[in-house]
Design a protein around this ligand. Structure first.
Ligand SMILES: *Cc1c(COP(=O)(O)O)cnc(C)c1O
Length: 338
């Protein structure tokens, strides 16, 4: 048996999710006629107290659509250096939107209001026009770190003072909501647009949503078509999303507890250096002495346990829906034996 911790994207739909997908009513979504997609868009917008939402194939597409809608070529986007929109979206900010970036070095992927404020360009013809701030919660490279609501509100205040749009890459936002006991509606009030992934910790095979005002979503729908993301009878996929939003959010606490247990076992080992604080379902730790990240990952693979070397010094483990308590115990036993 393989225990796969490389990402929370490796989950496979279970019987109940598959049944929901199988029996979903569908139609042509480019004509706006897929009832399951329409329901998912309404459901997700309502969760965040926002006006509308758009179902897309990936979180890369929802982020890139948002950036395209919120900027003009030559504008500048403020984000953390480690952010997914900059590091892992194929240079899309430049190629899709012709926008420039101001990279800030936050604390485990999180920016403060003061840092954002300091990153805004002066109104000067030499400078790119700062128009958009994009935050990530939880932060992937920050080891699943979460924002405090107070900081997010302070950042929004800075944005309002400078006429900037505030976007959230919430690929793992539900992990943050559960870990911090925050309300989705408060996020809806704080951000102009929010991207969420159904394909990560919520366990769907495919799908992301971008959420915002009616006007923004109308614009986003045009951009999605131009990006080649218009889908037809994708209601079978949307049905998985509806199932996940109704059934797979509260259980994220289990994934978070599992991550804590693994981190605890790792901290006892001499070959483990710094373990980043574990706030949600991600454990990032540095490796030293008898192992390198690559040799440790290879050693674990021999035991049927898949980890991921994310840098020359660090390994990442992600817990998810398909990791059972028995698998966690088996993994801890292997860690103890190293
Ligand atoms: C996974 C992820 C995305 C989107 O990834 P896709 O694979 O395109 O769905 C966006 N942001 C963050 C932080 C992610 O971890």
């Amino acid at each position: 048996m393989i225990i796969d911790y490389r990402s929370d994207t490796v989950t496979k739909p279970g019987k109940e999710m598959l049944e929901a997908m199988f029996s979903a009513p569908v139609g042509d979504d480019v004509f706006g006629e897929d009832p399951s997609i329409n329901s998912l868009e309404t459901l997700s917008a309502e969760m965040f107290g926002m006006e509308n939402a758009l179902f897309c194939p990936s979180g890369t597409m929802t982020n890139q659509i948002a950036i395209k809608c919120h900027t003009q070529p030559g504008d500048e986007v403020i984000c953390d250096t480690s952010s997914h929109i900059y590091q892992y979206e194929g240079g899309g900010i430049a190629s899709n939107s012709g926008a420039s970036v101001k990279l800030l070095n936050g604390n485990r992927g999180r920016l403060t209001a003061a840092e954002v404020s300091g990153g805004i360009n002066a109104d000067d013809i030499h400078k790119a026009r700062t128009t958009l701030v994009s935050l990530e919660n939880t932060s992937n490279r920050g080891g699943g770190s979460c924002y405090e609501m107070e900081e997010l509100k302070s950042i929004r205040k800075v944005c309002d003072e400078h006429n900037l749009i505030l976007h959230l890459d919430g690929a793992r936002l539900f992990n943050a909501l559960v870990a911090k006991e925050q309300s989705a509606k408060e996020y809806g009030e704080t951000f102009h647009s929010i991207s969420i992934c159904l394909s990560k910790s919520l366990g769907c095979p495919v799908g992301s949503l971008v959420i915002g005002t009616k006007d923004f979503i109308s614009k986003a729908r045009r951009v999605r078509k131009a990006f080649g993301g218009g889908m037809r009878q994708a209601g079978h996929l949307a049905a998985a999303g509806i199932y996940a939003l109704k059934n797979n959010i509260d259980r994220l606490t289990i994934d978070h507890q599992h991550a804590q247990l693994l981190a605890e076992a790792l901290r006892k080992k001499d070959f483990v250096g710094e373990v980043l604080p574990v706030e949600t379902n991600i454990v990032i730790f540095s490796v030293k002495d008898i192992f390198t990240p690559v040799s440790l990952v290879a050693k674990m693979k021999e035991e049927g346990i898949y980890w991921y070397a994310i840098s020359p010094t660090q390994v990442r483990i992600v817990t998810h829906l398909d990791v059972t308590p028995a698998m966690i115990q088996q993994t801890i036993d292997v860690i103890d034996s190293l």
